[in-house]
Design a protein around this ligand. Sequence first.
Ligand code: C2E
Ligand code: CA
Ligand code: CA
Length: 804
Amino acid sequence: MGFEFRHRIAFKQARTVLLISLVLGLLSTSIQIFLDLRQEKISYLAGIERVIALYKKTAERAIYNLNYVKASEITATLISHPEISEATLVDDFGDPLSHDKQEISSPNTFFYKLGNYFFQFNTHYESILKIDNSQTGAAKLIIELDSTYITHNFALRAFIGLVFGLLYNVLLACVFLFFFYRYLSRPILDIVKWVDQLNTHNNLPLPYKGRDEIGDLVASFSKLWDERRQVTDRLNNTISKLSKSKNFSRTLMENAGDAMFLCAPDGTIIDLNHQAVETLKSDKEHILGSKLSVYSQNYSENDLVDLFLSIDEKHVCTFEDIQIDMHKKVFPIEARGIRIKQNDKDYILISARDISARKESEKQIFELAFFDTLTGLANRRLFTDRLSSVITHHQVHDIHGAVLYMDLDRFKTINDSLGHSIGDKLLCAVSQRLTAIAPVGTTCARFGGDEFVILLPEIGPTVVSSAEVAVHISKKIIDAIAAPFEIEGHTLYCTISIGIAVFPEKELSAIDILRHADIALYRTKAMGKNGFQFYDPEVQSSAQERLLIEKGLHKALDKGEFQLWFQPQVKSDGSVFGAEVLLRWMHPEKGVISPDDFIQIAEESGQIIEMGQWVLNESFNQLAQWRERGFPEGCRRLAINISPLQFMQVDFVGRVLKLLTDYQIPGELIELEITENMLLNNFDIASNKMRILKQRGISFAIDDFGTGYSSLKYLRYMPLDILKIDRSFVTNLRPSSEEAAIVEVIIATADRLGLAVVAEGVETVEERDTLIELGCHRFQGYLYSKPLPAAQFYELISETRLSV
Ligand code: C2E
Ligand code: CA
Ligand code: CA
């Protein structure tokens, strides 16, 4: 604590004391001198008066007697006084009797001037002398005082008084200062020095031991300091103990069986133990400083930061993760995290344990609980669980599913005759075939014995459509199981019976649905096995119907049961400009079946490809015949419906081109009708195919326009020629109706895209007139003609103009 000298208390104190004592000394001495002098002056004059009084009587007598000697004796004696410079005796006639004078010694000294300045007084004294019986006047004793002498003396004395007064004051101040310094300033300076050294030195002697206030102060300060030091010592002790315990925890960490990572809150690994290095199969230097997330499969860097934020100092946070080691090997871990604070910094301590073994046994337990040990398929419990959750989902959403309950038909015989081992192997083989057939997302289960169950969770929006899919899959299963099994040298033949329940139905539970499927299975068994039955008889009959159609379609082509019918397309003036080819199935028992009843089944079963090809062939054949007979006037184009599946066949374009060549039919005579959804799903492939065919003059119509999902904008990129407005918009079409607005938009769009518009299903004059009003001038519908067999059609259009 080095203060500048002038800032020290001692200096400030000395300066102030000196200054004040000087000023006070000066003031008090001056007052004293002033008072002194006044007194002096009075007593001085009194002295002069006394002198005069002393000689007065003698002088009166001398004058009375006219005694000159006596007179001069008096005046001489008077001037012998140093302060009297002149003495004169004047008689009562005014004549001087005697006069004496002495020379003034040093009239011009400094003190004379000073005295003269301060102490002016009267120097001329006259004393009246009484002369008996004198009538002339009064005699006088005249004295002149030596002012020089008096004032000099006065001033000298005043000066000396002043000097001594000051000297006294200063001396007194100095004595005070000395004592101040000795008893206050110096101890304070010592104390300051002592305090300065306290931080660096121990056991310093007290700087002051006096039994006074300072002594008290020093003693209590020293006591406080000692206490403080004791606290600090204790603290340091604790810290050093702590660092020892850090070593202790370090040892703990090193010897822990778990991998331990000390991380910064941002996930950076700051420290890790030997086990951690082992687990990650790397070296410590490599791992230090990297992010923990590098070794985690489930947590990204940000995930870990978030997780760490949620970890506090009091609670251990447990989480599971998949750890990745340096060789990219992954294994499940269980990790515990806790927040620790060290030197005001936050860390997260993670301990991780490989739980592969635990997971494995959990999995085993899970499999035991939920899976069939023999085949690995789901068991009844898991199946019922899944079915229940699917049912709840379906009750909310408009989706249907189905349960297929199956039973091998001759299993008991095989098992009894060939033994359980072969029986088990057969069950496994069956389960393999089942899982191979079951679509992705389905659950295959074995309920014990030879009972298998399949859950088809989402197969259609309606009962009928789901039933169709269920039939389809059931047939595949029946076929698959019918194929022989080769087991341990035995060729085994086996069939399967299936019971089907479609759900959801009237808040039925999983158990109810399984029961329904089981009942259906018994029905199948009762009806001769190796087949399927639906629980719901209605579904059963429609499924049977469908099956019949599917079966019938197979034969229909061979038996020549198909026919092409033709429906004319007409302009507003009644002239025919083309026709659409429509397929008819001339069923031997059911009569004419509309394509609406079989086209979809054919599409689902894939038969449409063959049928479509037949339609194409037959159409070209028909055109070739008509060409020979001469095309009727106006009929210059035949529109053929092409199913998406058919169109997407790799060789579709090739086949059409071949027909053009084989039959020598110009492409301009052919129009292919395709649907918008097909275009949407296969935009690139479809438009490429269309472009190739268009080069041969074939035109394209988009069928059922308005019912699909195509964006009008999308159409622009398709090489289309004609747009067919769907029948649903045309039926009951009236001006200013909602449909009219839609049709208007369709027509406007077609115009903009340069497409011709044909309205289908025109049945009334009103519909046609409205269409004309809206800008559509080409029609197809019962108003003009129903689809007709080729001969009738030829006859009809030969009239060239269809009048209404
Ligand atoms: P589509 O292509 O929309 O054919 C028009 C359907 O409307 C035809 O039914 C036709 O008979 C019917 N129709 C025409 N004018 C009227 C009318 O004024 N009123 C009413 N109510 N109906 C009318 P069809 O012949 O039963 O054909 C049904 C669907 O079957 C066709 O609809 C088409 O998508 C498909 N189809 C027909 N033949 C073939 C074919 O050879 N191949 C393919 N892939 N599909 C075909
Ligand atoms: Ca059509
Ligand atoms: Ca149509």
